[in-house]
Design a protein around this ligand. Structure first.
Ligand code: SF4
Ligand code: SF4
Length: 103
């Protein structure tokens, strides 16, 4: 495989990755390729799919498990703070910042 080219396995019904800068559609490419800093800590690795990446069949998109289920992934975090803190750690809700080419 040429340098810089990686194979990631995603759900067949996952949406295609939007161009960088457009709204995140939950395609999962970024978190399947390399965890964010919080994901690295949760996954205990720096590359490969994040253990907290979760497919939502109902919404047909990937979700961050740490954000969707903080009690499961970060049980020591006070419940009232969890979503706010996690959102800051993973920069959720911003436009797609994954400068990757999906093919
Ligand atoms: S940030 Fe981009 S690559 Fe990551 S899930 Fe959202 S749309 Fe996909
Ligand atoms: S955003 Fe969530 S699922 Fe994605 S790498 Fe970070 S912790 Fe993992």
């Amino acid at each position: 495989m040429p340098p810089g080219v990686h194979t990631v396995h995603l759900h067949a019904r996952a949406p295609a990755k939007p161009p960088t800068g457009l709204a995140c559609n939950g395609c999962g490419v970024c978190c399947a390729l390399e965890p964010c800093p919080l994901g690295m800590w949760l996954s205990r690795r720096r590359c490969g799919a994040c253990v907290a990446l979760a497919w939502s069949g109902e919404e047909r998109r990937y979700r961050c498990g740490a954000l969707a289920e903080p009690a499961r992934w970060l049980p020591w975090l006070p419940r009232a703070w969890a979503p706010r803190l996690v959102r800051r750690w993973i920069a959720a809700g911003v436009a797609c910042d994954a400068d990757l080419e999906a093919g």
